[in-house]
Design a protein around this ligand. Structure first.
Ligand code: PEP
Length: 243
């Protein structure tokens, strides 16, 4: 199964316009039963869009974030139980933009645990900074981001999706070079193999309609997490057609 995830972040996306652009570029003949298209809008749109039958039978909906805490006195937060109430199937965790706001590997693990307990699939983002890449420390860093998760024998990581997103390629318009993507993804696969885990790994970082076919050809990549190029329904449809 391949996955294509749109992360709309906090952008203002008119979902009606987005859908008509998507639909005029993606017709019935493009439907690919081995591709799941997952849209992660803001929480307000998520509650609205995920309840519309006309949308929920074509797309899967995901949250961009969730609290690591149980329901209760946490002003402004959204719990896993809230996501469950509206039937959400996927949730991004550990995105670099959230890590920059203080989301640690411990918090990521708590979120993963809570999501899995409610059968919501965590999409766990990992990836190194430019500095780390330059110092040839990518493998050590990726392992450090995975370690807490791998050591917890109670977590069924086979039920998670991982997204390799080198920070230096996010939102830059130029993705990581194929050789870096290949090296990092095969390293992550090797680590997973050592733990007898099967791997669902996506790439994220400046994927667009022009570069997506080539990146998709890299071994062990099961799809993409897309930011900027997911904001335009037409471009996102063109990426979906490349699967
Ligand atoms: C992201 O933020 O996860 C991302 C991949 O963004 P972009 O596609 O804009 O690089």
């Amino acid at each position: 199964m391949k996955l294509l995830i749109a992360n709309w972040k906090m952008n203002l996306v008119d979902h009606q316009n987005w859908l008509s652009s998507f639909d005029s570029n993606f017709n019935k003949s493009h439907i690919n039963n081995s591709l799941k298209i997952i849209i992660c809008p803001n929480f307000l749109q998520l509650a609205d869009m995920s309840q519309k039958n006309s949308l929920s039978n074509r797309f899967i909906f995901g949250a961009q974030n969730v609290s690591e805490n149980p329901p209760g006195a946490y002003t402004g937060e959204i719990s896993v139980e809230h996501l469950l109430e509206i039937g959400i199937d996927y949730c991004i965790v550990g995105h670099s933009e959230r890590r920059a706001l203080g989301e640690t590997d411990f918090i990521v693990k708590d979120k993963v645990e809570k999501l899995l307990s409610k059968k919501i699939t965590p999409v766990i983002c990992i990836g190194e900074s430019f500095e780390i890449q330059k110092n040839n420390e990518t493998k050590t860093f990726l392992l450090s981001q995975l370690e807490l998760l791998l050591k917890d024998k109670n977590l069924n990581l086979n039920k998670c999706v991982f997204a390799y997103e080198p920070l230096w390629a996010i939102g830059k318009g130029i993705p990581a070079d194929l050789s870096t993507i290949k090296t990092s993804i095969s390293y992550i696969k090797k680590v997973f193999d050592e733990y007898n885990l099967s791997l669902t790994i996506l790439y994220g970082g400046s994927v667009n309609e022009k570069n997506s076919s080539e990146i998709l050809s890299v071994d062990h990549i099961s799809g993409f997490l897309v930011g900027n190029s997911s904001l335009d329904g037409k471009e996102f449809a063109n990426i979906a057609k490349n699967f």
